[in-house]
Design a protein around this ligand. Structure first.
Ligand code: FRU
Length: 494
């Protein structure tokens, strides 16, 4: 049967008008918004959570995301859409998927939940979860197809996976698809007996799927439900990233090892935390046009006070991070090199032997800061970021080379959530350290420890709090330097 006949085009006239209206109000509502990030992707209006369907397709990067277009809070899930040529400058596109089918349409708890994208025979296929709170079963997997990457038809025989295996609950979502040797696979998050698990499915055409087996399951400490699984295949290792609910430690974790495609099982070498900050969740990765593995996370804000809400929006992504596994299978992540094109007005600081100093290169809260330290007597140093003039507002980043701990304290960071978070780190090399920070109006992302440690935070400081101070108890026998670049506004590309 011809595929076009099997498709239902769900974008009828009413929904097209709705989309156009949304686009207009989005623009009007975002003027003079002090919290709007400059180099992080954020939703124009309404709410966003997980990145979905990341793909390089017909000359552009496409990013979809969990989206409630009606209010800056979670609600009926649509797939928002944006495109880019460089992963940094994004163009907002009309909504790609609306929850308008029996297996996904619900006013409150439901919609087109998270999923992923793949290209097959020149077409873009999306596989995602349809969710309707009071349907039986409430969650199933569905497919939508596009010839151009912009308008999608839903497969008329959806759902393609109607229910989870009998031993699992109805929590069954977030398919992440890939292809290997002409066969399609996807991992799906679920739970059984209050323990999170990830399942592997196989297909030859993306429409008919067979269950292969369990990829991994919680040992009791790793959460009672696993969301947004992502299997990244590197040359010698397979890495399963997942977002556990109620894990003892870490909101996003990974296992690395080797997957058995016959049984589905991942032979696990490492079990680690992917990001140590409080605002990193549901990441998704994909392979870019040059073969790099790129990962975006959602800057999580479930039930957090979001000072941007009065401006009509809530939700943004982390920076795009290049991801790779080293020869032992440990993951490394670095902000993509494309960000360097935004650097302006470099200022350098020689900090060796300095006890305290104000680093005030720029009157901006939109910058990159790189600090390198080398030698025997570094001890510890502290950076005070987003400081108000009298320092009553500040975010404190402490880097301790005696305890190998980096910590970020948001007790006096301004509005929003508080708390102190830390992460263990390694030396870069013998007695040398590197810390890379990105501050973007309402956020802080940091990378250190040979790029094995990252931390992601919202910082809702007063827009006037731009001060940067440095303190250290280091001795004479070391060298410490810092560089700061202002990061320029991105242009709008079309
Ligand atoms: C993760 C998540 C997914 C789900 C989506 C719904 O943040 O809960 O498991 O598909 O969000 O918006």
């Amino acid at each position: 049967m011809n595929e076009e006949i099997m498709m239902e085009n769900t974008l009828n006239e009413k929904t097209m008008n709705e989309k156009t209206m949304n686009e207009k109000t989005m623009n009007e509502n975002t003027a003079n918004d002090p919290y709007r990030p400059v180099f992080h992707f954020s939703v124009k209006k309404g709410w966003m959570n997980d990145p979905n369907g990341l793909i390089y397709y017909k000359g552009r990067y496409h990013m979809f995301y969990q989206h409630n277009p009606y209010a800056p809070v979670w609600g009926p899930m649509h797939w928002g859409h944006a495109t880019s040529r460089d992963l940094i400058h994004w163009k907002h596109e009309p909504i790609a998927l609306l929850p308008d089918q029996e297996y996904e349409a619900h006013k409150e708890v439901g919609g087109c939940f998270s999923g992923s994208a793949i290209e097959k025979d020149g077409k873009m296929y999306l596989i995602y979860t349809g969710c309707v709170q009071d349907r039986k079963p409430s969650q199933c997997q569905a497919v939508a197809v596009s010839e151009d990457g912009y308008s999608f038809g839903k497969y008329i025989n959806n759902p393609v996976i109607a229910a989870s295996p009998a031993e699992c609950t109805e929590e069954f979502r977030d398919p992440k698809i890939w292809e290997k040797d002409g066969v399609y696979y996807c991992v799906i998050g679920t739970q059984s007996e209050d323990l999170g698990r990830v399942l592997l499915y196989r297909s030859y055409d993306i429409y008919q799927w067979e269950y292969v087996g369990i990829v991994a399951k919680s040992n009791g400490q790793q959460g009672d439900m696993w969301e947004c699984p992502d299997l990244c295949t590197f040359e010698n290792h397979d890495v399963l990233i997942y977002s556990p609910i109620h894990a003892a430690e870490g909101d996003t974790r990974y296992f690395s090892g080797k997957i058995n495609y016959t049984t589905g099982e991942l032979g696990i070498l490492w079990d680690k935390i992917l990001d140590y900050g409080p605002n990193f969740y549901a990441p998704q990765s994909f392979t870019d046009k040059t073969g790099r593995r790129i990962l975006f996370g959602w800057m999580r804000c479930w039930e957090e006070h979001m000072p941007c809400e009065p401006y009509g929006w809530a939700g943004q992504l982390t920076l795009p991070r290049r991801l790779w596994a080293d020869s032992c299978g440990i993951l490394h992540q670095e902000p993509v090199k494309e960000l360097e094109a935004l650097r302006r007005n470099e200022t350098g600081y020689e900090l060796s032997g300095i006890k305290d100093m104000q680093l005030q290169a720029i009157e901006s809260s939109c910058y990159e800061l790189e600090l390198t330290a080398e030698g025997e007597e570094i001890n510890s140093f502290t950076l005070f970021l987003r400081c108000s003039e009298n320092r009553s507002e500040q975010t404190v980043l402490h880097f301790d080379t005696k305890q190998n701990l980096v910590s970020v304290d948001r007790t006096n960071a301004g509005e929003g959530e508080k708390g102190c978070f830390d992460a263990p780190f390694l030396e870069e090399d013998n007695k040398s350290y590197r810390l890379q920070l990105f501050v973007d109006h309402n956020s802080l992302e940091l990378f250190t420890s040979q790029n094995t440690v990252s931390m992601c935070f919202y910082l809702w400081a007063d827009p006037r709090s731009t001060g940067i101070y440095y303190e250290s108890d280091s001795g004479q026998n070391c060298s410490i330097t810092a560089k700061i670049w202002e990061l320029a506004d991105k242009e709008n590309i079309s």
